[in-house]
Write a protein of this length. Structure first.
Length: 232
């Protein structure tokens, strides 16, 4: 069974509202404004195994969907420089400071970054979709041909502060959503994470792969995300 990648074929216009949080061209946020009265904000973090060739564009349809559901959605771009992991962390934190109080939704490597940012004062809640939760295990499995090692520039054991699995604890405001047919980030990552951090809410979706969790056409998954954001 191969992953359904049709989400990458969805058309979505860039936002007409773009703000910067730094001087680098990648330090920008596209804002998709809610068409409703809900003034809550979401910081949306794309994945791509931390690699430079993957950017925010593929999450524009998802950002537009969240905006249609009543959230001002801030689609965060960030610098992706192999071997310089602190740059990723610094950029996400800087973007959150510009956004202000918000929920975070992150996919894959973006879910990893969202989990690391969950303790920031402006972050109200986190929904991590198919996140990379364990860097040591990711390196052992050689995910995406060495993505973890490429991201860190060295052995993951040297960076426990960047490994969600090595954290002391996670607040109950964190929700993990993962499909059991994920071929990119095996569902075992989220299963083991939820076993370790019992305060985390964990939702496993049967028959769903890695990219379907960010498909705006799948209403059932969108509903899961919305329920998590509302705390229900």
């Amino acid at each position: 069974m191969s992953e359904d990648r049709s989400v990458f074929e969805l058309a979505a216009l860039p936002s007409e509202e773009v703000i910067s949080y730094g001087s680098d061209p990648d330090q920008i946020i596209e804002i998709f404004r809610s068409r409703g009265l809900n003034k809550r904000s979401i910081g949306l973090i794309h994945g791509g195994y931390w690699r430079s060739e993957y950017d925010r564009v593929h999450l524009r349809p998802y950002a537009a969907k969240l905006a249609a559901e009543g959230f001002d959605t801030y689609l965060i771009e960030y610098r992706r420089i192999p071997g310089s992991p602190q740059i990723y962390i610094d950029d996400i934190n800087a973007a959150i400071t510009v956004i202000g109080e918000c929920a975070l939704v992150g996919h894959s490597a973006g879910g990893h970054l969202a989990l690391l940012a969950s303790t920031q004062e402006f972050v109200q809640s986190v929904v991590a979709l198919a996140p990379v939760t364990d860097l040591i295990r990711g390196a052992q499995l050689n995910l995406d041909d060495g993505a973890v090692q490429n991201f860190l520039g060295e052995d993951p054991g040297n960076h426990p502060e960047l490994d969600p699995m090595m954290a002391r604890d996670f607040h109950e405001k964190v929700t993990i959503i993962h499909g059991d047919k994920d071929e990119r980030v095996p569902v075992e990552f989220s299963q083991r994470f939820a076993e370790r951090f019992t305060s985390v809410k964990y939702l496993e979706i049967p028959g769903i792969g890695h990219f379907e969790v960010i498909d705006p056409r799948i209403d059932s998954i969108i509903e899961m995300v919305l329920h998590a954001l509302s705390g229900s």
